[in-house]
Design a protein around this ligand. Structure first.
Ligand SMILES: [Zn+2]
Length: 362
């Protein structure tokens, strides 16, 4: 164990946390671009290793668990009030996409209550039956519910639920919802919406086995210490036939390759391991079940702009290269049809066997 200049206790993680394979230092001299805002001569201390086997990235010197709260001890989360669920947007393009998403929920993912609230024209219904055959289209259209198919009377757990916007939506769509949120202010915002939320870390959660029909994590998995232990623990909480969904940055995306240490998806020292497609496949093989992995280019232009800002001024938030990003976006979308590895987010879903398996029980 060593200490950095902030007296943070650090432990070296020498093997890939996702598959336990070996790797090599690939992205060096990274800094905490959210907390420190600027690159200085002394703060470029973080190194990400790339796994030879599964191509995941991981932070080599990791803050000790006992001190990880220090790394979030700033205005880390935006504490905006939760959004109202299913508020129709203004603007023609936004309305078209919104209607397509509603049709997708109703026709493909089984959310029949959506059609009762919003009459859906047959044009949209026909379109989504066509679009469902294309992975990038599915990644866009199912994102409201994080690709979780509807289950009547189902119970859903969202880890890192923030202010509870997603839980409010899922509750409106008929799920019984539970959230976990360690950030005190976000937890308070969620509880003000009469949501059932616990203010805990993942290590502290304690539910009986087979408690949930769905467990979701959006940009949470990369913050966790032990990916293998996490997947084992969460799949044990799922009922037979239940689904685990994790959405996280793709460490092999176009933006990762282009921006390297300026890539917005790194975020040291909070992003501890960033599983690749093969990494998620390995994790699913540990627990069994049916694994489905796709990528999304939905965040491409935002990540391009933020990564360029990190390169120019040391932190995200500057408005750099927005037009370039917008011009590149359709090309990246087309490219992702041929090679899904370049998408910015990985959408991992794992459906447990319909009868409790020996692998999950052991
Ligand atoms: Zn690996």
């Amino acid at each position: 164990m060593t200490k950095n200049q902030e007296n943070l206790l650090l432990n070296n993680q020498d093997s890939c946390p996702v598959c336990l394979g070996n790797g090599v230092a690939e992205i060096r001299n990274c800094w905490d671009f959210l907390k420190e805002k600027q690159r200085t001569e002394t703060n470029c201390i973080w190194t990400y290793f790339r796994c030879f086997t599964c191509k995941s990235l991981w932070l080599h010197s990791q803050p000790d668990r006992s001190q990880i709260a220090i790394c979030y001890d700033f205005d880390y989360m935006t504490h905006a009030a939760p959004q109202k669920p299913l508020e129709p947007p203004s603007g023609l393009r936004s309305k078209l996409i919104f209607n397509l998403k509603l049709a997708y929920l109703s026709e493909i993912l089984g959310y029949t209550s959506v059609a009762e609230k919003f009459p859906i024209q047959s044009l949209y219904k026909n379109l989504v039956h066509l679009l469902k055959h294309f992975s990038p289209a599915r990644a866009y259209l199912g994102d409201l519910v994080r690709h979780v198919p509807y289950k009547n009377g189902g119970r859903l757990l969202d880890l890192g639920c923030g202010n509870g916007s997603y839980l409010l939506l899922m509750r409106e769509l008929g799920w019984q919802v539970v959230g976990i949120e360690p950030d005190k202010l976000a937890y308070q915002q969620a509880t003000e919406q009469n949501l059932e939320v616990q203010s805990l870390s993942l290590e502290e959660i304690d539910f009986p086995p087979h408690s949930f029909d769905a467990i979701t994590m959006s940009h949470v998995f990369e913050h966790l210490y032990n990916p293998q232990e996490t997947v084992r623990k969460l799949t044990q909480l799922l009922k037979p036939g239940g689904i685990l969904v994790s959405i996280s940055p793709n460490p092999q995306s176009f933006n990762t390759c282009k921006f390297q240490r300026y890539w917005r998806g790194l975020e040291p020292p909070r992003h501890l391991s960033i599983p690749s497609i093969a990494g998620y496949q390995h994790l699913s093989s540990l627990v069994g079940g049916i694994c489905h992995i796709s990528t999304s280019t939905k965040l491409f232009r935002f990540l391009y702009r933020d990564s360029m800002s990190i390169k120019k001024i040391g932190s995200p938030g500057g408005n750099y290269s927005w037009q370039t990003a917008q011009a590149l976006e359709p090309l990246i979308l087309l490219w992702s049809l041929l090679d899904q590895k370049i998408g910015d987010e990985i959408i991992f879903s794992l459906t447990c066997q319909t009868s409790p398996s020996s692998t999950r029980e052991s």
